[in-house]
Ligand binder design. Structure first.
Ligand code: ASP
Length: 431
């Protein structure tokens, strides 16, 4: 059995959904479809999920979501009409949802309705049974998958039948709708693939696989034919958005292969993601921008037992969860997503840390990026030296290097405004 997940661009309008139908019907092993909410139809279009979050913000400010929700309704009704699906039932459903959003059901419920409506329409169009993710996917408070999910799915999905399941959300054990992080339909697909012990998990998107570098930055970049689970996780961590970084975990110990394919060019082979790849050495380069840096220093900092943990706990209080760290004898450097804290929060955090820990200095600055060169066996490859030389030769300043902490990547800190150039020069040198 094959589990097929279709991303936002694959279900953005009626024409795209017709392509989805053709793909699903071209191989009878495709039994379960996981769908996202409609994404952008053109580059300046809105994703339904973004509009839904906007509705929730309006309601939080005490305003009605009606004008934005009307746009959402229009898109779904248009899709239904073009696919010749009963739009009266859909309109009732949309009215109910709008009332619930206006009544303050919250961000997760609101955001999840894009996938819910998308799956309702697609299940009707295909004539496949709709299974609400709320009934089968149990999500813990920390957004991880609850193990009960697998039993629920196995009990609900009967062999030989075909189903459509909305991605991105589920329910907590307390019965409240909860979403994964953005792009989380990939995680739903992975969970379902494991529950039904799929022979293959297909991830259909709008590109023909995972490129060696973002083709918007390096137009000549080629597609990887095969990557390992570990390589994909590392790549998503450094900014490659094709496959959600948390979507590997559910199947990590089950060895289910994944293939990333293009809904608009189904004949392209795509990228296979397998437990272990046979290729060693660099396979891709990517950069993650939008990072801020905390630098702190105190003489004999680590003399005090547990100081690292205490500092991190304090950062969490200010909503900051660092994604990369470096330690010196008397100093620490942390990088975090700049969206996590405003300048005033950063300032308050610096003052509090200085006071509580008697720091000699602490500063926060912005505009950083992390460039990652990814590939199994990176710890025994010269690729990191080649990458470092390429950066140096092209005048790209590096703020840190992380080599050896993972056998699958080497990371360089660069300035955000040089990140794209850094990707270009490293790509040129390595591939
Ligand atoms: N619709 C959600 C998002 O835009 C989830 C997904 O598409 O996977 O993030």
């Amino acid at each position: 059995m094959i589990v097929s997940k279709f991303g936002g661009s694959s279900v953005a309008d009626a024409d795209q959904i017709r392509k989805v139908k053709a793909i699903l019907e071209s191989d009878e092993r495709r039994m379960v479809a996981i769908v996202s909410a409609p994404g952008k139809r053109t580059s300046d279009d809105d994703k339904i999920t973004d509009l839904l979050y906007k509705c929730n913000s309006l309601v939080q400010k005490g305003l009605t979501c009606r004008p934005v929700f009307n746009e959402i309704s229009k898109r779904f009704v248009q899709i239904a009409q073009k696919l010749k699906i009963d739009d009266v039932k859909l309109s009732e459903c949309l009215d109910d949802i709008r009332c619930n959003i206006d009544a303050g059901r919250g961000a997760d419920y609101t955001a999840s309705r894009g996938e819910y409506l998308s799956a309702l329409i697609i299940s009707e169009f295909l004539g496949w049974e709709f299974v609400d993710a709320e009934d089968v996917i149990v999500i813990n408070q920390d957004s991880t998958v609850n193990e009960k999910t697998y039993k629920k799915l196995q009990e609900r999905l009967e062999p030989g039948k075909r189903y459509v399941i909305p991605g991105f959300y589920g329910e907590t054990e307390q019965g409240v709708v909860k979403t994964f992080t953005r792009g989380g339909s990939d995680i739903t697909g992975s969970i379902v693939a494991r529950a039904v012990n799929a022979e293959l998990y297909e991830n259909w998107t709008d590109v023909s696989g995972i490129y060696r570098a973002d083709p918007r930055i390096v137009p000549e970049a080629t597609v990887n034919t095969e990557l390992s689970y570990k390589e994909v996780r590392e790549l998503s961590d450094v900014g490659a958005t094709v496959f959600h970084e948390e979507a590997i975990a559910p199947i990590y110990n089950y060895g289910i292969p994944i293939v990333v394919k293009n809904t608009n060019k189904p004949e392209d082979p795509g990228t296979r993601i397998v437990p272990e790849s046979n290729d060693f050495g660099a396979t891709a380069v990517s950069a993650r921008s939008g990072l801020s840096r905390i630098k702190l220093r105190k003489l004999m900092l680590f003399k005090k037992y547990g100081v690292r943990h205490a500092l991190l706990t304090m950062l969490h209080v200010f909503g900051i969860r660092p994604c990369y760290s470096l330690f010196g004898i008397d100093s620490i450097v942390w990088f975090f997503d700049s969206k996590m804290a405003s300048d005033s929060v950063c300032q308050a955090m610096c003052e509090r840390l200085t006071k509580e820990f008697g720091l000699d200095s602490i500063e926060v600055d912005h505009g950083h990026a992390i460039l990652g060169v990814v590939g199994d066996g990176m710890d025994s490859s010269d690729a990191y030296l080649d990458a470092a030389i390429a950066l140096k030769e092209n005048g790209i300043e590096t703020t840190f290097v992380n080599y050896g902490s993972s056998d699958t990547s080497v990371l360089f800190g660069v300035k955000e405004d040089q990140a794209s150039e850094a990707v270009r020069v490293v790509y040129k040198k390595l591939f």
